[in-house]
Design a binder for this molecule. Structure first.
Ligand code: C5P
Length: 301
């Protein structure tokens, strides 16, 4: 067979960590075979550890990335550059309810935040994902905190911020919420419905007030003056890195699997990236975070 050959090893953690197994696995890797690393979780023995067969969706995604010639970054040696680092990520779009059935939301799919969480997990990070309801398969291997509104997301972020090394706010947080909530479903025959909206707190601005040595990363979506506005946000929210999404090009931004983004750091260094998959972008963002945090984390170790 001349096509790519992919292994998805699954076993008990003791065996997976065994030196001889590792040597053999590396032998396969060095010969150009592809390896899908297993997940962490409950094993057949009842123990919790590394060795679980990954979610089928993950295996399919990985196979797809190999066939498209862009292998996803699931690596063993040197792939665990986030080991011991706590990464808190928000994903999805918040919802603000007007009555029990209707809400004001936005078009965020959660794909960027989920890609970041999966990439960070694969690179060894201790990941916590704060997510709104999204239509994506539930990922394995990290803690998920479910929220709906901006205010719930704010509580979850503030509660978990003190014990994190990195915060990545990939969620599209609603800037406004209805002033009042109607307990009963509003009927059409009640006629015209004027909705008064009040601003939500800016979570990242609140985080900036309590930030010490943590690395904070924000996203920005604007329809005009994208880079200028992203730089202003970076300063205002005291971020280490901002990812400015370009939603003016096709297949970039909300809901798509790809993104065209510009990364801007605190020193004003601007990096324009081409249209790439959200998963590839996630790894590039993590690479930049690693550059910012490396020295600090080495001291911690
Ligand atoms: O100012 P703007 O809403 O465009 O900034 C976007 C960034 O700020 C994103 O990272 C988003 O998650 C975060 N944000 C926030 N709280 C809000 C609105 C946005 O933390 N209320």
């Amino acid at each position: 067979f001349r096509g790519p050959i992919i292994f998805a090893p699954a076993m008990d953690e003791g065996m997976y960590r065994n030196e001889i197994f590792r040597e053999n696995l590396n032998k396969l890797k060095n010969k150009g075979y592809h390896i899908i690393p297993p997940d962490k979780g409950i094993l057949a023995s009842g123990k919790i550890g590394e060795g679980r067969f990954p979610a089928v969706e993950e295996v399919i995604k990985y196979v797809g990335s190999i066939l498209s010639g862009k292998p996803a970054r699931r690596d063993f040696s040197g792939g665990e550059d986030f080991k011991g680092i706590k990464v808190l990520i928000t994903a999805g779009g918040t919802r603000e309810f007007l009555d029990p059935v209707r809400f004001i939301g936005n078009a965020s799919s959660g794909k960027m935040g989920y890609a970041l969480a999966e990439a960070a997990r694969e690179r060894g990070a201790d990941v916590k994902l704060i997510t709104t309801p999204v239509s994506l398969p539930k990922p394995n291997g990290f803690e998920m905190i479910n929220v709906v509104t901006a205010s719930q997301m704010q509580d979850a972020v503030i509660k978990n911020f003190a014990s994190t090394d990195v915060l990545i706010m990939a969620a599209a947080v609603g800037d406004f919420r209805p002033k009042t909530f109607a307990k009963e479903k509003r009927k059409r025959n009640q006629g015209k419905w004027d909705i008064e909206l009040v601003p939500n707190p800016d979570i990242l601005a609140e985080v900036a007030k309590i930030k010490k040595g943590e690395i904070t990363v924000g996203f920005s979506i604007e329809t005009q003056n994208q880079i200028k506005q992203a730089k202003e946000k970076l300063n205002k929210k005291n971020l280490d890195l901002i990812v400015a999404n370009d939603i003016t090009v096709k297949k970039s931004g909300f809901c798509s699997d790809t993104n065209k983004a510009v990364l801007i750091d605190k020193k004003g260094k601007t990096e324009k990236l081409p249209l790439i998959s959200k998963r590839e972008l996630a790894d590039i963002i993590l690479d930049r975070i690693q550059n910012i945090g490396r020295r600090k984390w080495e001291r911690k170790k």
